[in-house]
Design a binder for this molecule. Structure first.
Ligand SMILES: [Zn+2]
Length: 149
C-alpha cells in the first residue's frame, strides 16, 4: 500500500460493556490511500479491559472498495485488539468483538482469527491497524501505558 492517511472528527461516545460494566470511549475515523478511502474504523478505548486491569483498544475495521455502485459484498471487516507491550504495541485478531458494522450493512463478512492465519487480508488489516495505533493520537494514552509490574 502507498501513502496512508488518517482523518477523523472530534466526536467521542461513551458506553459501558453490557457484560461487565467496564466503561469505554469510542471514536471513529477513515483511512485513505492517496485520495481514496480504503477503510473506516471504530476504536473502543478501554482504560480497563473488561475484568482485566490493563488498558486495551478494540479496533473494528471495515476495509474494501467504497466507490459509488459498490456494496457490502465489496468490503469485509476485522476486529483487532491492541495493547501496550514493552514500549511497543501488540495486536491480535479477535473473534469476540461485537462488530458495529452489522447494523450499518457496510460489510458482508468478518475475518475470524482462524481465517486470518491463512488469509492474505491479514497483512492489509494489520497494516491499517498499525497506522491507526501510531497515528490516531486519541489512542495514545491507552497504548502507551507502562506495565506497573
Ligand atoms: Zn466487559
Amino acid at each position: 500500500m502507498a501513502r496512508l492517511r488518517l482523518q477523523h472528527d472530534d466526536q467521542q461516545t461513551e458506553a459501558e460493556c453490557a457484560d461487565c460494566g467496564s466503561a469505554f470511549r469510542s471514536v471513529v475515523g477513515v483511512i485513505y490511500e492517496d485520495d481514496d478511502p480504503i477503510a473506516i474504523y471504530r476504536a473502543d478505548i478501554f482504560d480497563h479491559f473488561h475484568r482485566d486491569p490493563e488498558p486495551r483498544v478494540l479496533l473494528s475495521i471495515a476495509m474494501g472498495d467504497w466507490d459509488d455502485g459498490t456494496g457490502s459484498a465489496d468490503r469485509c471487516s476485522a476486529a483487532i485488539e491492541a495493547w501496550p507491550d514493552d514500549g511497543g504495541v501488540r495486536m491480535a485478531i479477535s473473534d469476540r468483538a461485537a462488530s458495529p458494522w452489522d447494523e450499518l450493512e457496510v460489510v458482508s463478512w468478518q475475518l475470524t482469527a482462524k481465517e486470518a492465519a491463512v488469509s492474505p487480508l491479514r497483512d492489509a488489516f494489520f497494516q491499517i491497524a498499525d497506522h491507526i495505533a501510531y497515528q490516531d493520537r486519541r489512542l495514545r494514552r491507552a497504548l502507551t501505558v507502562q506495565d506497573a509490574s
